[in-house]
Structures are given as C-alpha cells and as structure tokens.
Ligand binder design. Structure first.
Ligand SMILES: [Zn+2]
Length: 208
C-alpha cells in the first residue's frame, strides 16, 4: 500500500521543521513519496460505515423542520457557529493542519475537540483527508475524486458515501508533537462518540 521505505527520505523531524516554518501553505510537508507514488491511479468504492454515518445524519436533518422550536433553532445556530468556525476552521484547519498561528496548547486542544464535534473525522483523519487532497491538487494531474472534477451529483456521492483507494499512495508522516498527543489519540479513536454527551445533555434539557 505504501511506497518502499528506501525511496522515502522524509523524517518526522523534517515534517515538524517544515510545519514550524509554515511551509504547508506552499507544499505538503507530511507526504513522503516513493518512486511509484501516483496521484492519478485509484479506485473509488462505496464505504459502508461512512455512508451510514453521513446518511443517518442527513436523514435526521430532513426531520428537523417538523421538530423545530425557537430554542432548537438557536441551539443549531450557536453550536454550528462554535464547532464549524472555532473548531473546524480555526482549530483543525488553520492551527492543527497548517500551523498558521500560534496559541497555547490548551486552546489548540479545545478548538480541535470542537472541530471533532463537526462529525467529519478526528484530528488524524482530518489531517489525512486534507493533506492527501492538497498534495494531489499540487500535482500536474490527479484523480477526479481529489480534484472535485466530477459532476455535482457524482462528486457529492463520492465525497459523502465513498472512499478513494490510490493504487500507489504517498506515505503520511504526522509530526510527533501531534501523533503522540494522548488527547488527540483519544478523540481520534472515538471521534464518532464525541457528539453523544452533548446530544444527551440537549435532549435531557428539552424533555426536562
Ligand atoms: Zn488547507
């Protein structure tokens, strides 16, 4: 699945140094390539777990208009703003993935936790998805799954219900600071459960 290690010369320390220098805005420092690494050849296949997860949330959202109250609407607006803006955008993307600003570790962890609540993936899953796409889009050619170059309907089906398996993918090397962080390891392992405590609190308050 991965390129032969002889062809991979990227070390975790080199990844950390590149990220500290904000190099990820111009290149993909976590991606190690071998002689055969290729962004084009690959197969898109239905991913049952992902499809059921996203499909279940989409189906629940269709029922939302019939259960809406002013309080539920306010909760939707506030939790969406907090998780998408502070969590996904500022935490996962700008800080964890691109290291485009500095902050104390507790703020980074809080924002990354809020980003995990979005329900797309945990910290390592988000780094993997993002960096693979950025790496591929910087190549002269890449698979249409990674370029979003299909029709709207097919791209929507692919992104929400399928996964791409590249025939010769690059090797992802996550910087040790993040890879060894016990908090990130925990929320990545159980990322789909992170919404559950909040859901229980909100449902209990509504019925209480
Ligand atoms: Zn990015």
């Amino acid at each position: 699945m991965f390129p032969t290690t002889a062809a991979v010369r990227l070390t975790p320390e080199a990844v950390e140094a590149a990220l500290s220098a904000s190099a990820s805005m111009q290149r993909s420092p976590r991606m190690a390539e071998g002689a055969t690494t290729d962004a084009v050849a690959g197969q898109v296949a239905w991913a049952p777990a992902k499809s059921l997860w996203v499909g279940g949330m989409s189906a629940a959202a269709l029922a939302a208009p019939f259960a809406a109250t002013p309080g539920a609407l306010a909760l939707f607006v506030v939790t969406t703003a907090v998780t998408v803006c502070l969590g996904h955008s500022l935490g996962m993307h700008r800080r964890l993935i691109h290291r485009s600003y500095d902050c104390p570790l507790w703020i980074e962890r809080l924002f990354v936790y809020l980003g995990t609540l979005v329900g797309m993936a945990g910290p390592f899953g988000m780094i993997r998805q993002h960096d693979l796409r950025d790496w591929a889009q910087r190549k002269p050619e890449c698979h249409p799954y990674l370029a979003h170059r299909s029709s709207l309907v097919r791209d929507g089906w692919w992104q929400l219900h399928c996964e791409l398996a590249l025939t010769h993918p690059p090797l992802l090397i996550v910087e040790p600071r993040v890879a060894r962080d016990p908090f990130y390891r925990f929320i990545d392992r159980h990322w789909q459960l992170q919404q559950l405590p909040w859901a229980l609190v909100f449902v209990a308050r509504r019925s209480g």
